[in-house]
Design a binder for this molecule. Structure first.
Ligand code: PLP
Length: 405
């Protein structure tokens, strides 16, 4: 794979590249997209080949193959050192489906769900749509890093009926240490509440860090724990809607399987099944190269901004292809610029001050920090899952836009 070549995704039904969608968050149809969390690379080559074979056959009827949980089990063992029988791995139609169903099954109406913030917005929407309340737990932030503030976490958890964790954390990029994970699990265990761990970004941890699945750490803690993961970010096949769940408790697993079956949601579509199977069984080399490339891009971004514009700071994270960039040093100036030129920054109601400024003034479309919680207005989330050349050119335009203020 040559990750220096990004696919041309214009006119491909990609939401990230849709001009109307881009405009809705940054007030400019011309901005280049660095927002929605999928990458601009072609997918893992075996996955692409599986899709080509499928298309070549032209047969899209009911598939006969079983869900390939053996390939998933083998991936978990090789990639994360988690040894599990394939029978313990439960298919789901996407990670958010598994999360929403788990919330419904394992918490009561009105339950209080603790979610660390900044948070991926669906973690706010799922409790809302399902009649639960949110306890928004702000992660600690200092010296350019987000971190788990254990004392405050324990205190907030005293009110909680369930915890929704994101590990590694989107958008802060935290890869949690074993002792942090143990602490979180222990807190859940003491209160006898369920913890759901969304690990969709776990396969893309940079070589500088190591991810530990919550379910693996829980083997010696014994909390009620659901670990969710998916091939979608890992292999850049997010449109397929396929995820997997592992339960610490056979009763929970049974309840989940029964609910999926009752709702007729327990079978993957033909492409999801084929692509996930090809990816998990043959994607390890691609994954290694990709993690290395993403880690190097993150380093290059930091080094460049540190020299060109030290006030624009990507936070210290070690995972995936999205990062929060701290713009607090010049937020006030940007706000004054945007508010005093309403015509120039018109539109972009789905974004905020920073995303509109960078969309219009730099041609860079990003999620505004407020998408992750209104208190994060000083940040933007930048998606660097594309060629390094595109990333560096976009940063250069952002720096120039700030310097021109
Ligand atoms: C933390 C997290 N969870 C879940 C999802 C979406 O998962 P799915 O498309 O499988 O529902 C995303 C996508 O950006 C994500 O970042």
């Amino acid at each position: 794979m040559n990750f220096n070549i990004a696919a041309d995704r214009r006119n491909t039904n990609s939401i990230k590249w849709s001009k109307e969608a881009i405009e809705s968050i940054c007030a400019s149809t011309a901005a280049e997209p660095f927002w929605v969390a999928d990458m601009d690379f072609l997918p893992e080559p075996h996955v692409h080949e599986a899709a080509r074979v499928l298309a070549g056959q032209g047969i899209y009827g009911y598939p006969s193959y079983p869900k390939d949980t053996a390939a998933v089990a083998s991936w978990l063992r090789t990639k994360h050192g988690w040894i599990l029988p394939k029978e313990d791995i439960v298919f789901a139609q996407g990670l958010l489906h598994a999360l929403a169903l788990s919330v419904n099954l394992f918490s009561e109406k009105g339950a209080r769900l603790l979610v660390p913030s900044p948070m991926y917005r669906p973690f706010r929407i799922i409790p809302e749509r399902n009649g639960r309340t949110l306890i928004e737990h702000d992660l600690g932030y200092g010296d350019g890093s987000f971190f788990l503030d254990r004392e405050r976490f324990r205190k907030d958890a005293e009110e909680a009926d369930m915890i929704i964790f994101c590990s590694p954390q989107n958008p802060s990029g935290i890869v949690f240490s074993e002792s942090d994970l143990e602490f979180v699990l222990q807190t859940a265990k003491e209160r006898d509440i369920t913890i759901i761990s969304d690990e969709i970004h776990s396969d893309l941890v940079h070589p500088s860090a190591k991810h530990l699945p919550m379910g693996l750490v829980n083997e010696h803690v014994g909390a009620k724990c659901i670990t969710l993961f998916a091939p979608s970010k890992t292999f850049n096949i997010a449109g397929e809607h396929c995820a997997f769940a592992v339960f610490s408790d056979s009763g929970m697993e049974k309840a989940f399987r029964e609910a999926e079956s009752a709702l007729w949601l327990d079978e993957p579509g033909i492409t999801a099944g084929e692509l996930a199977s090809a990816a998990y069984s043959r994607g390890i080399e691609y994954n290694k190269e990709l993690c290395r490339y993403l880690g190097e891009t993150a380093e290059a971004m930091k080094a460049y901004l540190n020299t060109a514009c030290p006030g624009m700071k990507p936070v210290n994270g070690n995972a995936s292809f999205v990062t929060f960039i701290d713009c607090s040093e010049f937020y006030q100036r940007i706000e004054t610029e945007v508010l005093s030129h309403p015509d120039r920054y018109k539109g972009g109601e789905g974004g905020g001050i920073l995303s509109r400024f960078f969309g219009v003034a730099a041609g860079v479309a990003m999620n505004d920090g407020t998408w992750f919680g209104s208190q994060w207005k000083d940040f933007v989330r930048f998606n660097y899952g594309t060629s390094r050349d595109r990333v560096m050119k976009a940063l250069d335009r952002m720096v120039k836009a700030v310097k021109a203020l």
